[in-house]
Structure formats: structure tokens, C-alpha cells
Design a protein around this ligand. Sequence first.
Ligand SMILES: Cc1cc2nc3c(=O)[nH]c(=O)nc-3n(C[C@H](O)[C@H](O)[C@H](O)COP(=O)(O)OP(=O)(O)OC[C@H]3O[C@@H](n4cnc5c(N)ncnc54)[C@H](O)[C@@H]3O)c2cc1C
Length: 506
Amino acid sequence: MTAALDVLVVGAGPTGLALAAQLRAHGGDFRIVDRSLDRVRESRALAIQPRTLEALAGFGVTDELVKRGNPAVQLRMHLPGRVVQMALFSGELTDTPYSFLLFLSQAETESVLAECLEAEGVTVERGTELLRLERQGGYVTCRLRRRQDGREETVRARYVVGCDGAHSTVRSEAGIDFLGSAYPQTFLLADLEADGLEPGVAHTFMTDAGMLFFFPLGKPATWRMLAMRPPGSPGAEVTLGLMQEIVDRYADEELRLRDPVWMTDFRLHRRGATHYRSGPFFLAGDAAHIHSPAGAQGMNTGIQDALNLGWKLALVCRGAAPQELLETYEAERAPVGRRVLRFTDRAFTIATSRNPVLRLARVQLAPRIAPLALRASGLRNRVFRTVSELDIHYRRSPVSVGSRAFRNGPRAGDRLPDLPHGLQSRTAGPGCHLLLTGPHHLWPDQRIAPVICGREDLISVHRLGAESPWPDVAQGLVRPDGYLGYVARGLQLEGLHAYLNRWLPS
Ligand SMILES: Cc1cc2nc3c(=O)[nH]c(=O)nc-3n(C[C@H](O)[C@H](O)[C@H](O)COP(=O)(O)OP(=O)(O)OC[C@H]3O[C@@H](n4cnc5c(N)ncnc54)[C@H](O)[C@@H]3O)c2cc1C
């Protein structure tokens, strides 16, 4: 048997690919396997949130994602007799370089992530399925099978991360429950061409009978169509004819569907893992939470799970951080997963309920009130920050320490805002970043060096001086995933030193 690996990543969907990128950037020793022989070619998730674009920028992939996607999508609501148009984010969020929802098919997102890994020399071992896991001593014995020749292999790993989707083998081998239920409705989905729709805009047709959506995809087809299967057609095969029938029923306008690339029907579930970790096993992405696509949160939440976990695993395996750091993964990400389940469940219930009051609210009131309500900048800001995932924070995490150091600025556990613009890109490289505000001369090397000593390869120092948006003299340590771990006001570095000794002992 070969020497033990630090980490086996099971699954190379968006979550596994992002985890591999983060492990690689932080010197992790890992393998990544996926049972399918090829990457996903289907569109599936179709939008990337601003926070995900920020978080992926450190790998140098965000520009490519933006180049391939559509960042300027407006939402057009077609109501009986009239049309209401609304912007989606569009420049409202001033503390991020990505103030837009990027429409891009999941296949393209995975392709960009896979190319990034390839350039880093990481091989995704396709056609390799995880069969079984067994804990033995301090290791996990993993049984793998190659699909092409049926050959089996046993690998020993210190940790196994299940990025293996809703039917996760890792989850069931780890004995972690996945609680929740399926929604009763069935949905129809197609990537196709549609004549008669204005391009580059997301369209919603809201009628008493139900809702119909067209999202601009670009690739592999111009449009993603999504609708609830109407009563009376249960089980009927998904054909272009059925999709056209739905369009004729829900849309006032003359729309012609053609050239479908992919059509399917599916049921949605709302389920969450009872734990994100059990001993050496971790879950991330759909293996940990599945929900309705309302709000485009699924893939985004998975990628951010991965970016939270990757650096922690790599540093613990390298001996640069204590085991307790791994406990903060569930502490930080499980509340985010639960919040996404609640939020998407509410949105889904309002969008699909047959309850007469909710139907009236959906078709008559919401389309009139929503654009007006969203003109109130406070409410609009709150909604956008929630959906964009920019408001996720880890303030209650054991690894978030410190006072309110920056007036009107971030607290320990908050993401580092991009203020001034360019601050995020300066701190996007691997490792931690120590931000020092106040005049440069207050932070001579001889003051910093003893604190950083022995961790020089892990911590980059940035003296912001006049560039700082905050007037105070303060210190902030930015974690590798872009969140502030430690903040303090003033020149005293004892607190920072103690924090580093606790979480990054030299
Ligand atoms: C029809 C459809 C439409 C969707 N639409 C949207 C949307 O509009 N918006 C949105 O946000 N989300 C959407 N989603 C959900 C989105 O696709 C998922 O949230 C996302 O793919 C999760 O990524 P993941 O990497 O966690 O899991 P997955 O993408 O499921 O990847 C899991 C990987 O693990 C591999 N694997 C599984 N078991 C094993 C094993 N035993 N050994 C080795 N490999 C294994 C699989 O082959 C797969 O490649 C949609 C999903 C579907 C099915």
C-alpha cells in the first residue's frame, strides 16, 4: 500500500474543484477523484453571486468567468396586460468589484475551474469511484474502483471530503443523516432557443396558473427555460411539444421554441446534513445541503464551503495550524447552510403555492409592490446583500477575535470589503494578510518582525497608510478565504501575537 495521503477529495463538481484549488494554493497533499468519465456538460446552476466571484479571484479565474458570462442581466416580469422591468444588482453594491449577478452555465464554470487546476498541475482522476470508507487507526482506508477496467485500489488518507453531491457516498459511509423532504411539485427544464423573446434579459411570466422563467444562458443554448409541470401532464415525457404547450398556456406573447440541447424533469428537495464533519470525514456542497434553485444559492454555497475548508485542512496537515481549526468549519458553514435552506424554502413556497392568498400576492401584489419597495435603498441594499452572499459573516466563530477596530469598517468575522477598490486584489494571494492602518512610520519592520517570526511564508504584511478608508490606527488579519480573523485598534501587537500563537503557532 502506498503512503497515506493528507486529503482525498471525492467529487469534482464545482465544490470539489474549488476545494482542490484551495488545497493546492495552500500546499495541501491530496487527490481528487470523480466517478463520471467526463465533466458535466449540462447547464444546471446558471448564476454566480458576487461573493463567489470575489472568493475565486485569488485563483485568477474570475476575469475568465466574467468574460464568458453575462453580467448585465435585467429581470422582466410579464404580467397579464403589462410588463415590469427590474435591475439585478447592477452597480448597487459599492464595496465589491463584482456588483452584478453573473449568468454563466455550470458547465462553463466547471470548465474554468478545471483549466485552472490543470495549469497548476492537478489531475482530476475521472472514472474513479469511491466505494467504501473505513476508519483504521489514525487513517481512513478508502476503496476506489476505476470504471474503465474495474480495477480496485485502496488508498489511505488522513481526511476525506465528500463533495460528491446529493447522494453522497461519503455522507452515508460516515453515518451522517440528511434530513428533510421533497417538494411535491415536478419541474421541467430545457436549454433551447426561443424566438420572440428579447435577448440578454431574464423573463418571468407570472400567471394564476403558474410561473414560467427564461434565463439568458448563452451556452450551450441561448435560453434556460424553467416551469412547474402543469396539473394534468404528470409523467408525460419531456418533449419540445410539451414545453411549447406550457409556453402557449403561460405567456401572452407569441413565442416559438426550437433546438433543445437538454430537457429534463426533476423534483426538488430541501435537505441538510445533521453534521458537516464526523471525525476525519467532511461534507461540502450538495452533499451537505440541497434546496430549490430560488435565489441561485446552491452552487455558490458549495463553492464557499470548499473555500472555507480548503485552507484549514491544508494548514492543519502541514502542521501550521492546530486540529481545533478544523472544528470551525462546521461552526462557520452549518449556519450558512441552514440559512440558505430557510431562505430558499420561503421563496419557493411563495413562488409555487396554490393557496389563494399567496396566489393573489404573487400575481397581483408582488409585481406591483416589489419594484416600488426596491426603490427604497435600505431595503434594496439588504435584499441584494443577502442574495449576493456578501453579508455572510463568521462573527461568532471561535477563530474570529477582536474588538470593533475600524470605525464604520468590518469586524472580526466579516469579509474584507473592497474599499478602497483594489484592497481585495492586494490580499487575494494564498495565505493570510496582515493589514496595518495609520501612518507608515508607526509600523517599522522591527515592530512587526517578532510577531510574524516563523510564519513569514504564511503572512504577508500590508501597510495601508493614506490608502486606508478607516481613520484609526489598527491591525486586521485577513484569512485565506477573505474574512477577517483578528482585528484590534492601536499599536499594541500582544493580542495579535497571542492570536497567531493560538491559531498559527510557529
Ligand atoms: C437539473 C438541475 C438544475 C439545477 N439548477 C440550478 C440552478 O439554477 N442554480 C443553482 O444554484 N443550482 C442549481 N442546481 C444545483 C447545482 O447544480 C448544485 O448545487 C451543484 O452542482 C453542487 O455542486 P457539488 O459540486 O456540490 O455537487 P455535484 O455537482 O453534484 O458534483 C458531485 C460530483 O461527485 C461525483 N460523485 C458522486 N458520487 C461519487 C463517488 N462515490 N465517487 C466518486 N465521485 C462521485 C459526481 O460524479 C459529481 O461529479 C441544479 C441541479 C440540477 C440537477
